[in-house]
Design a protein around this ligand. Structure first.
Ligand code: APR
Length: 238
């Protein structure tokens, strides 16, 4: 195994305080495209730019078009956790990993068995009425046709953070706590382009920050270890 992978394995084996911070690149090996890679969601052709569709003002203006995009592009039936999700759940069980902090909305970390998962951008596996906030099962939004409506008449929406919306403060403060206290911070499968999520890693105070990403990120120079490899492959070896 290359030195960097050996070092990362050693850091993890010797720690009971590892925290993982991840993004869409963790789920690509499960068949879910990421956002900014060449074949990512934001580089795919759609009636409007996907980053515009995934905004609160667009959802308000044209929920029918939002839901066409949501069901076509965000909901991928039959996806399963990959080796990265599964190994992270094992590391939690073995007492090495304390929390998974994810920008992903696919629920695959929980499906892999991870218990302590902080979803900075929410989840498409939860839905609620945008008017009365009554909770609804996910199939109401992820399958079917047209704009799902609540008995109060409000539009039912996914429990995700759309552009222009704030992140959940409780989730953010928990994520901050784990990152501040972490002995080992592993960042994986994220371009670290989107704030405030990406800004959280500035609160890490240790000297064992590993960045596992296929492409370079603005934080590579900030990391103590950089591994440009497929994260599922890497996690199957540590
Ligand atoms: N292994 C390692 N890295 C990978 C893999 C893989 N198998 N597949 C993709 N990557 C890397 C890509 O090189 C890219 O740098 O993962 C990164 C994914 O970056 P983005 O597509 O920008 O996704 P992410 O960082 O999660 O985006 C953050 O942007 O639009 C918002 O809310 C959305 O949560 C998302 C946020």
């Amino acid at each position: 195994m290359e030195d960097a992978v050996l070092t990362l394995k050693k850091w993890i084996d010797e720690s009971d305080n590892v925290v993982f911070f991840g993004g869409a690149g963790v789920s690509t090996e499960s068949g879910i495209p990421d956002f900014r890679s060449v074949d990512g969601l934001y580089n795919q052709k759609w009636k409007y730019p996907p980053e515009e569709i995934l905004s609160a003002s667009f959802f308000e203006r044209d929920p029918a078009e939002y839901y066409r995009f949501h069901r076509e592009k965000l909901v991928i039936d039959g996806v399963k956790p990959n080796r990265a999700h599964l190994r992270l759940a094992e590391l939690e069980k073995e007492g090495h990993l304390r929390a998974v902090i994810t920008q992903n909305i696919d629920g695959l970390h929980q499906a892999a068995g991870s218990k302590n998962v902080l979803e900075l951008h929410g989840s498409i596996l939860r839905a609620y009425c945008s008017r009365c906030r009554r909770p609804y099962p996910a199939e109401v939004i992820n399958h079917g046709e047209g704009v799902p409506r609540c008995s109060c008449g409000g539009v039912i929406r996914p429990d995700i953070v759309l552009y222009e919306e704030p992140l959940d403060q409780d989730v953010m403060s928990k994520a901050l706590h784990y990152i501040r206290q972490a002995e080992v911070l592993i960042i994986g499968g994220t371009s670290l382009n989107v704030y405030p999520a990406a800004g959280l890693i500035r609160y890490y105070r240790g000297n064992k920050l590993a960045l596992v990403n296929l492409s370079a990120t603005p934080y590579d120079s900030f990391a103590d270890l950089v591994i440009h490899q497929k994260i599922g492959e890497l996690f199957s070896r540590i």
